[in-house]
Design a protein. Structure first.
Length: 289
């Protein structure tokens, strides 16, 4: 498991860790709350921070003195090796994504089939970016990080965030290659069979891409072209389809069905089921059996 200096540093301060998860790729997500704290950050990795609530009295030390400009949906990009000093004078809720040069280089090689000779991210403080806000709020902050069934969504959103950083906030700024057409029918059948056989497991984008012998970037786009929805949406739909069949035609308990369909608990399964169908699994079963 990767050891991230910014994460460890915040744990030694007043910051309260609300949630965290480390993905199979080694990328880490962490949700924090802090107030009344002075923090100096200097790390050997990159940190992408989004303010999710408050932050108006968060000050950043510059060469010309202290400056503020924080607030909900403002983001800060703190590159590796760049020191930043913060004075958090009132409440601040924020979420971090931690990644390394190695992660970004690997992504560059996957997407563009080449590695940048130099990879420098640009420091950004109290900036605004609708794409970063959308990916954080729609995918990362609306998802229970501890549920294995959500790992595919988390890994997909993290890959999209890092791709955006490379394109928008680095010296590379390569245009994303055009991906035309979908998966070959035989490849699509193989991927779909793999998904159905692994529904009880926390599937990741890397696993599905490997099954198709493609990079994560190209696989995700070609899969959407073939199926009409993103891989994580398709997998969740298959989990729910399988659950409906088990509810109707088996005597398994809700907990047993949840585990067979990749949900960590019956409560998580019930919550997702209610979101889709408007009733609890037990109520649905009573009406359809």
């Amino acid at each position: 498991m990767a050891d991230y200096q910014t994460f460890n540093m915040l744990q030694r301060h007043k910051a309260q860790l609300r949630d965290s998860v480390q993905l199979s790729s080694g990328i880490k997500l962490a949700a924090w709350f802090n107030s009344g704290d002075r923090v100096t950050n200097l790390s050997d990795h990159h940190t992408l921070s989004l303010y999710t609530a408050d932050g108006y009295e968060t000050w950043h030390k510059t060469q010309n003195g202290w400056r503020n400009g924080g607030g909900p949906d403002r983001f800060c990009l703190m590159p590796s090796g760049v020191e930043s000093v913060w004075d958090i004078r009132a409440d601040l809720s924020f979420v971090h994504l931690y990644c390394t040069d190695e992660h970004l280089r690997h992504l560059g090689e996957q997407i563009w089939d080449r590695s940048p000779s130099q990879l420098n991210l640009h420091e950004k403080i109290f900036a605004a970016d609708d794409r970063i806000t959308q990916l954080y709020r729609h995918f990362l902050l609306s998802t229970d990080w501890q549920q294995p069934a959500n790992q595919l969504m988390l890994s997909s959103a993290s890959t999209l965030l890092m791709t955006h950083l490379l394109q928008r906030y680095s010296d590379v700024q390569w245009q994303a290659p055009q991906v035309r057409g979908g998966l070959a029918p035989a490849v699509l059948r193989r991927v779909m069979a793999y998904i159905d056989a692994q529904l009880d497991q926390p599937l990741t984008l890397a696993q599905l891409a490997a099954e198709a012998a493609l990079s994560e970037y190209h696989f995700a786009r070609m899969f959407r072209s073939s199926v009409g929805e993103a891989p994580h949406q398709y997998v969740m739909r298959r989990r729910m389809d399988a659950a409906l069949q088990l509810l109707k035609f088996s005597r398994l308990t809700l907990t047993e069905i949840a585990l067979r369909c990749g949900f960590h608990s019956s409560s998580h399964f019930s919550n997702r089921f209610r979101q889709l169908h408007g009733v609890t699994p037990s109520a649905w079963r009573q009406d359809h059996v």
